[in-house]
Ligand binder design. Structure first.
Ligand code: ZN
Length: 176
């Protein structure tokens, strides 16, 4: 089964869009991130055959990092083969997160944060009537994760329009 991507495989190989794909880009149906990620995946499929089983649905670029939305089963392939993510990061020159397509915000957050585990995900209404989503990570604050969590919050905002708050279990308990 060949790799499925938002542009023609031929375009991804040559790096030149056909008239049809160019029209999709102009119309905003696909993005530059879709094109960059498609090119990288096509290249990678030559080296890692499992990549051919994948379907890339959408891609997002956030501050030079990439989020790939794929079918749920494909997200499992990527987790089982760390070299896929590693090679994509080398080619795209940014961090890469792979999420499985899902209607559930919780599932989306769990996929995105993996391997960081989420203890709870709740909706919180602020006094001004706005809504935020609060995710709690088990254990105490881990400083080395702070930079990554900031990027993840931006991704969640851009991809799902969700304002995300992240707390560690220990500090959440302290404030009760
Ligand atoms: Zn095309």
């Amino acid at each position: 089964m060949p790799l499925r991507i938002p542009i023609c495989a031929f375009d991804a190989k040559t790096g030149i869009l056909c008239a049809k794909c160019q029209a999709k880009l102009t119309a905003g149906q696909i993005t530059d991130a879709d094109i960059q990620v498609s090119k990288a995946l096509v290249k990678l499929a030559e080296k890692i055959p499992d990549v051919n089983k994948m379907t890339l649905l959408r891609s997002f670029q956030v501050d030079g990092n990439y989020v790939l939305e794929v079918e749920q089963a494909d997200a499992a392939i990527v987790r089982s083969k760390p070299e896929i993510k590693q090679k994509l990061e080398e080619q795209l020159k940014g961090k890469v997160w792979v999420i499985g397509s899902s209607n559930s915000d919780r599932r989306f957050l769990e996929d995105l944060f993996y391997p960081i585990r989420l203890l709870t995900v709740n909706t919180v209404w602020l006094p001004d009537g706005s809504k935020v989503t609060k995710a709690i990570i088990p254990g105490r604050r881990v400083e080395r994760l702070s930079g990554e969590i900031e990027i993840l919050k931006k991704i969640v905002k851009q991809v799902k329009g969700i304002e995300l708050m992240v707390e560690f279990e220990r500090e959440a308990t302290l404030r009760l």
